[in-house]
Ligand binder design. Sequence first.
Ligand SMILES: Nc1nc2c(ncn2[C@@H]2O[C@H](COP(=O)(O)OP(=O)(O)OP(=O)(O)O)[C@@H](O)[C@H]2O)c(=O)[nH]1
Length: 412
Amino acid sequence: MTEKKPGFFQRLFGVPPQPQPGPAPSPAPPETRPEAPAEPIPPVPETVPPTPEPAAPPEAPGPADHPIPPGPPETTPDYIEEIEDKAHAGLDSQPIVPAPATAAPVAPQGWFSRLASGLKRSSDTLTTSITSVFTKRKLDAATLDELEDVLIQADLGIDTAMAITETLRRDRFDKDVSGEDVRAVLAAEVEKVLGPVARPLVIDAASKPFVILMIGVNGSGKTTTIGKLAQKFAREGRSVMLAAGDTFRAAAIEQLQVWGQRTGAPVLVRPTGADASGLAFDAVTQARAEGRDVLIIDTAGRLQNRDELMNELEKVIRVIKKVDPQAPHATLLTLDATTGQNAMKQVEIFGQRAGVTGLVMTKLDGTARGGILVAIARKFGLPVHFIGVGEGVEDLEPFEARDFARAIAGRD
Ligand SMILES: Nc1nc2c(ncn2[C@@H]2O[C@H](COP(=O)(O)OP(=O)(O)OP(=O)(O)O)[C@@H](O)[C@H]2O)c(=O)[nH]1
């Protein structure tokens, strides 16, 4: 199914790009993102508005504010907007109805169809395999074994695969069973597993600011998710501040600044290579002084097996707690669905080291491995707050077990 999508800028603001538009969110081309930079990049000349000094020094204060370097052309917002425009070329030719610059909250209309089309690769793979197993045969032991293999290959996990085959064995053994029957059982079982973990992210208004720390491996979608969340919170009328704690990557800092411009959220930045914990300390201090409702802190991507980087993350958390012992109030792990089974390891290690409180699964649109969310839910029972099925701001939604179960089982 090819859905005609408006341009990214239009989807974000409801208006076409103006002659001198603000820069677009800047997902850096993968080749510009080091997997896990070991060496900080040296500071560069000043261009960024200074940020106040912390009330008390953090464990290892970062260097003074510096400008954000313009960055190589391939990482600039203009360049990225150009790429996005090209990516959507041919899809943007419809006349665009102008909307007010201050876009009104957009109802999550059509979310299920976006979810279903996002999860299409996962559900197609599953349903095609199921259909090939159930070709109007009576349900026998061999068929159940085949089905179990199919479900395990779809990353649903052994326990869920067994639960589904057990249900079928109990209710339908030696009877005719169609692919549709199996999909119904699959949807029911997936919903049963996901129901308890589908929990909204509740912003406690008593915590000012409510501090959200965004963590995850490189490229898992932290910065993009922060932008999407900032947009949501701003639409809810909350005062949001962002902190560009991914001090390894100039492009990530710029990316966050762009989201800040779009959402009206100030962005605390430091030069590339600056100490992330010092920045986190300043961010919480400043957000508190300004009475912000929500502070979202980005962090550099890190592989869970890089011990020194995980130590650094622990330090960021310790330093945040110096300002507010209850913070971070939410530590959200972004998981790239395309990584499949490795996501299990990420949940385990980040959970141990950083105390993950909730999950955001991104890129469910780009993979046939969406079933991994079911395996993760069953094993860890951590709340899943949001899922992402695309790069646009409207492609992140609160997680609903029933919708996901229906979409992955290919049921309308
Ligand atoms: N298709 C798709 N792409 C996504 C989604 N979420 C994020 N992305 C893209 O994934 C890429 C990486 O996203 P980032 O937000 O830069 O990831 P990050 O975790 O901040 O990356 P590092 O700074 O390298 O750690 C970007 O190109 C995003 O546009 C999603 O739900 N679906």
